[in-house]
Every structure is written in structure tokens, then in C-alpha cells.
Design a protein around this ligand. Structure first.
Ligand SMILES: *Cc1c(COP(=O)(O)O)cnc(C)c1O
Length: 347
């Protein structure tokens, strides 16, 4: 078989949630962010596993993404929508019983006109300039909004994975000044914010990447493993090259394995001749450019011909791979293609 094997440990994800939940006080509710199809790992399966672990609050980016969760869990969970109530969303918000986080006066108007009396939350912008009502906009509607009893008011930190960044305290102050004394349920922190400490926790936290084993939650369990079958092995002479563009050239007689996965499977071209894969505990260098469906690997130093090589394993996590690719663990996860043979385990 010439497709990679991607193993996803659902128990690892729920253990990560439990560990994050324990970092805040008991009265703080820990939600779970399962946008982008559960960071590429299957929102329905991930949500089901997290539900078993105790999660009752889920967040997705777009209303359509909630369908996968409602298929698994019909009752007693809230599903919040970061993008709020967009034109065309009214029916799905109603039918799937979703809670849009209203981002503007426009969205607020749409919600109260099309679904009067239906639940909603409010997203505030405290400096990231991405989503949410600005302080002046919030001032104008706040009194009216309070009478409608929003489920949640939230904001999002721009630099929470850099604990010393002054933006964190600045956004905290702005969030407090916009919401103190209103007696509404509040949420400010994703994974990074949880690690900043209790001042940042408020009533609900919203971890995403930490559930899936990524930075900045360095105590997390790795939850995926990616093993790639070797399709062919050949010996090459000094001066011969490997792959498109002839960018890798043998300095010594070399043995090259052609491995089944490429940029169509989320292995970025930026790891060409730079990334590493593993034969058990032995590291091997990628040789030449990443192709669409394959990569070349220098296995000259191995004492045997491997059947498979691992690119995400206990020796190399998503952040290690991200570092070599010049990106972040989030992008590695959400780029994993649909071609892998996916195996879900709970152990
Ligand atoms: C993605 C996202 C989260 C989760 O962030 P992580 O860094 O993955 O924990 C939380 N809140 C908002 C608004 C987001 O966009």
C-alpha cells in the first residue's frame, strides 16, 4: 500500500483536555475548540471523545462546521460560532441550535430580527483587530445587549504564546474595562492564555491547539503519529542527483528511499532537503525536493532497508516538523491531507 498511516489517539486528546482543565480553578469551565474539522483530525470523532471526558461547550469557526458535532451529540452541549451570525446562517443556527458570537452591530441586528429570543454571545475586540465589537461600538449597544441576556462575552489574545509580551496585560485591561461589573459570563483565553495564569481565566477557557498536542502547551501528549511506506530503494553514485530540479547531489555513494507522501499530503515543500524522518530511533535526512506524492530520503547510514519511515513520532512532534517547515504546529495539523489511511485509537 502506498499511502501513509496516520494514527490519531483520541484518548491522548481527552487527556490533554483534562490536563488543561486542571490548570484553572474548579468554577472555570473548560471548553474545546474544534474548528477546521477538529484541527484536521475529524471534528465529530474528536468532539465525541471530548464529550465523554466531560466537555459541554464547543467552539467552531463557521456555522456549517457545527453539523459534524451535532451528528455525534444532539443534546446538552453548547456550540458557539466565532464568525457570528452571517447572512445565510439563520436557518442553520436555528435548526442546529447554535450560539453565534455576534461581532458587530450589523450581526446583532440580524440576530434579533431573524431569531428574536434565541441565544447568542458577543465577541469583543480588545486589540487584535480581527473579530469583535470595538470598545466604542460596545459602549453604544451594551445596555441593550445586557437586557437580552447573552450567554457569553468573549475576546481573544493576540500574543498569548509569548508570556512576556506586553500585549497580554494590555488586552486583559481592556477586556476588564469593557466587561467588569456587567455580571455576564466571560471568556478570554485559548491555550496560551490558560498558561498565563488565573487572571486570564474568567468563567470559561477555550483551548484548541493544546488538546491536539501543540505548542505552547509543552506538557501535552502527542496525539498523532504518521508513518510513511517506502515504495522503492536505490543506490546512487557520487555526483548523481535526487528529485525535481536536481537540488540534492550525492557526495558519497548513497542509498535513497522513495517514500509515499508529498506536499499534497501536507508535507510542505519548505522541508525539501531540510526535513527529517525516522527509522525507529535513527534520523534520516530528506534528500531533494518534496514532490506531490513522494519524498526522497537518504538512508545510506542505515544497516537495513526500512519498510516505513516515520515523520511524526515520539522522536519528532508536530512542532519539530513545523520548525523545519518554517511554520507552526497548527498549520501542520490542518494541512494533513485526506489521502492518509487514518486509524483512530483510544488507548
Ligand atoms: C482558534 C481559536 C481559539 C483556540 O486557540 P488555540 O491557540 O488553538 O488554543 C480560541 N479562541 C478563538 C477566538 C480562536 O480563534
Amino acid at each position: 500500500m502506498s499511502i501513509g498511516n496516520l494514527t490519531i489517539n483520541l484518548k491522548g486528546i481527552s487527556n490533554n483536555w483534562t490536563a488543561l482543565d486542571q490548570l484553572s480553578a474548579k468554577k472555570v469551565e473548560t471548553a474545546a475548540v474544534v474548528k477546521a474539522d477538529g484541527y484536521g483530525l475529524d471534528a465529530g470523532r474528536v468532539a465525541q471523545a471530548l464529550y465523554q471526558a466531560g466537555v459541554r461547550q464547543f467552539f467552531v469557526a463557521a456555522a456549517e462546521e457545527a453539523a459534524a458535532i451535532r451528528m455525534e451529540i444532539t443534546e446538552d452541549v453548547n456550540i458557539f460560532i466565532f464568525s457570528g451570525h452571517m447572512r445565510g446562517d439563520t436557518e442553520i443556527i436555528h435548526d442546529l441550535n447554535l450560539i453565534p458570537l455576534l461581532n458587530s452591530f450589523n450581526q446583532l441586528t440580524r440576530h434579533v430580527e431573524t431569531l428574536p429570543g434565541y441565544p447568542f454571545g458577543v465577541q469583543l475586540d480588545t486589540g487584535m483587530n480581527r473579530l469583535g465589537m470595538e470598545p466604542s461600538e460596545w459602549d453604544a449597544v451594551r445596555e441593550m445587549v445586557i437586557t437580552l441576556k447573552p450567554e457569553l462575552v468573549m475576546s481573544h489574545l493576540a500574543c498569548a504564546d509569548e508570556p512576556d509580551h506586553p500585549m497580554n496585560q494590555k488586552q486583559l485591561n481592556i477586556f476588564r474595562s469593557m466587561t467588569d461589573g456587567l455580571n455576564l459570563k466571560r471568556s478570554l483565553s485559548a491555550t496560551g492564555g490558560i498558561l498565563l495564569g488565573p487572571n486570564y481565566h474568567f468563567d470559561m477557557t477555550r483551548p484548541g491547539i493544546g488538546l491536539y498536542g501543540g505548542f505552547p502547551f509543552s506538557d501535552s501528549n502527542q496525539v498523532i503519529q504518521l508513518s510513511l511506506p517506502v515504495i522503492q530503494i536505490r543506490d546512487i553514485e557520487i555526483g548523481e542527483t535526487v528529485g525535481y530540479g536536481c537540488t540534492w547531489k550525492a557526495d558519497v555513494p548513497s542509498r535513497i528511499a522513495t517514500v509515499a507522501a508529498g506536499y499534497a499530503d501536507g508535507l510542505m515543500r519548505t522541508i525539501s532537503s531540510k526535513g527529517k524522518v525516522w527509522a525507529g530511533d535513527k534520523v534520516c535526512q530528506i534528500a531533494g525536493r518534496v514532490s506531490m506524492d513522494m519524498i526522497g530520503v537518504d538512508i545510506t547510514h542505515l544497516e537495513y532497508d526500512p519498510n516505513d519511515l516515520e515523520i511524526i513520532s515520539k522522536y519528532q512532534n508536530i512542532d519539530d516538523l513545523a520548525g523545519m517547515a518554517g511554520t507552526i504546529g497548527y498549520e501542520i495539523l490542518t494541512s494533513l491531507g485526506s489521502r492518509y489511511n487514518r486509524r483512530y485509537v483510544s488507548e
